[in-house]
Design a protein. Structure first.
Length: 503
């Protein structure tokens, strides 16, 4: 359906198995489950304490939702305002319709500098478009400088969490990766490296320091873009972002068009909710903002700045009145840390750089539902609602999941690459469609529903404990609920609404 690319080549939707198959393999990995359980429970507990300190958390949450919704409704106007402000401050704005165009733009900009390496701030957008691979194909090496991203890169691995990409690795595994791979990328790991956090962090610091001091080109994303001033904002906890944003002479930022906020004042809300929801901190240790370029040889900041505004399916998502709320996401990852499905399956099973509940609604909208993995992602949830409860911008993820399930089963009109198209129902859902249509027929006919309920009650002794055929997938992991001895309507009529029983 779509040429939209969301992830590294190993995350290609054409080769990724459907979520149930990928999750089944992951669930059998006891080490992975132990790593995920420990990490998500720890982050979850810390977040609860940090949020509890804020007396107006509900009001902040609603404010964030309203700001995002307002911005999305007027996105065309604010993007033009942003471009004008960035240009006035000395920057250059580029527009990329998809991943291929964004990669081409960034590659050409790096080549124009004559450099063959870049340092990177952790960025979901550049992972989404596969920028590292595109640069490598052009003979340019990109060095990840976030600690977790460094672990993933050195391990020739894939990110499995939005905030903590190496959450699936434990300290022993990280030590082995550093000892084995660091020498191939630069400064080797110290002799006798142990798995203590302090030693691992020091090894990473020494390894990255030489890259920071040598690099002439930096690549980043942004957490927010301020339309009125052309300011970009990156929040992080390690200081690597500050180094990448201030030391290189050329800075290239690749940012999704939905990351915009209208005014500087709007940041007040998100700089309270984002750190508490993500790292469980009152504020991020490093909040870097930059507007355009610097003309001074001694001042911090880039002398050349390029902003690449990325669509890559976002405009199509914006056209969906229910699904567009996914574009509110501020990438805090709180939904992943409370999701029972993510905790057991891990991030790789989602087949995208966006795992967990937010990935289950974002990826199928950015890429379409034509592949096995994307058609299965809306079902990668128990619909418990925990993700909605913790979301700092009140994205009703269960509502969007149900909406996307309807799209998968029934098909219908959607927007893909700016055009209205009609999707055919996905294969393998004929029985589900038949069941839903039968239910619709029965629920719209009270007499038939009453007769069916009475018949089910009178034959309940003969009901199986599991469902046959396609229904076996559902009842294979849960018991069928027992049918009561009499329908509720009959009980209500017999007891006069429960009054006779009360006597």
């Amino acid at each position: 359906m779509s040429g939209t690319f969301v992830g590294m080549p190993v995350f290609s939707p054409t080769t990724q198995p459907a979520f149930p198959e990928a999750a089944h393999e992951a669930v059998g990995n006891q080490t992975l489950r132990g790593n995920l359980r420990h990490a998500t429970h720890t982050i979850r507990a810390k977040r609860e304490k940090a949020v509890a300190e804020v007396s107006d958390w509900s009001a902040l949450r609603e404010a964030g939702k309203q700001i995002k919704d307002h911005t999305l409704r007027h996105l065309d106007r604010y993007l033009v305002q942003l471009e004008e402000a960035v240009t006035a401050a000395g920057g250059t704005v580029h527009w990329a319709a998809d991943a291929a165009e964004a990669n081409r733009i960034v590659t050409e900009l790096v080549q124009e500098t004559g450099e063959s390496e870049v340092v990177k701030v952790k960025s979901m957008a550049t992972q989404e478009i596969g920028l590292n691979e595109a640069l490598e194909a052009a003979g340019i090496r990109a060095y990840e400088t976030d600690l977790a991203e460094l672990i993933v890169q050195l391990g020739k691995d894939r990110p499995s969490h939005i905030l903590v990409p190496a959450i699936h690795r434990n300290r022993g595994e990280i030590r082995d990766i550093f000892a084995r791979e660091m020498s191939e990328w630069g400064r080797p790991a110290p002799e006798g490296l142990t798995d203590t956090p302090a030693e691992l962090a020091e090894a990473a610091r020494l390894h990255l320091r030489e890259k920071f001091l040598r690099a002439k080109v930096g690549v980043s994303g942004a957490n927010f873009m301020v339309a009125e001033t052309g300011t970009l904002v990156v929040v992080e906890s390690e200081g690597n972002g500050r180094m990448c944003l201030t030391l290189p002479e050329t800075l290239i930022s690749v940012v999704g068009i939905e990351k915009i906020v209208p005014t500087w004042r709007d940041l007040e809300v998100f700089l309270q909710t984002l750190p508490r929801s993500s790292t469980a901190e009152r504020m991020n240790p490093y909040t870097s903002t930059w507007t355009g370029t610097t003309n001074s040889e001694t001042a911090d900041g880039p002398r050349t700045f390029h902003l690449v505004l990325l669509d890559n399916g976002r405009t199509d998502t914006l056209a969906d009145e229910v699904g567009r709320q996914a574009l509110r996401c501020i990438r805090c990852s709180a939904c992943l840390n409370v999701c029972p499905v993510y905790e057991r399956a891990g991030g790789h099973a989602y087949g995208s750089v966006y795992p967990g509940p937010i990935g289950a609604i974002l990826s199928p909208q950015l890429r379409g539902t034509g592949s096995a993995i994307d058609a299965s992602l809306p079902y990668a949830s128990s619909l418990c609602g925990a993700c909605y409860e913790v979301c700092p911008v009140a994205i009703d993820i269960p509502e969007v999941l149900v909406h996307l399930r309807e799209r998968v089963v029934e098909g219908g009109q959607v927007t893909r690459e700016g055009n209205k198209v009609v999707l055919k129902p996905a294969k393998g859902h004929a029985a589900e469609r038949a069941a839903m249509r039968a239910a619709r027929w029965a629920f719209s006919r009270p007499g038939a529903l009453r007769t069916g309920q009475r018949l089910a009650s009178r034959t309940r002794r003969f009901h199986p404990r599991t469902l046959p055929g396609p229904g076996s997938a559902w009842s294979g992991t849960r018991d069928l609920p027992p049918v009561p001895a009499e329908p509720f309507r009959d009980w209500w009529q017999r007891t006069n609404g429960g009054k006779d029983n009360a006597k």
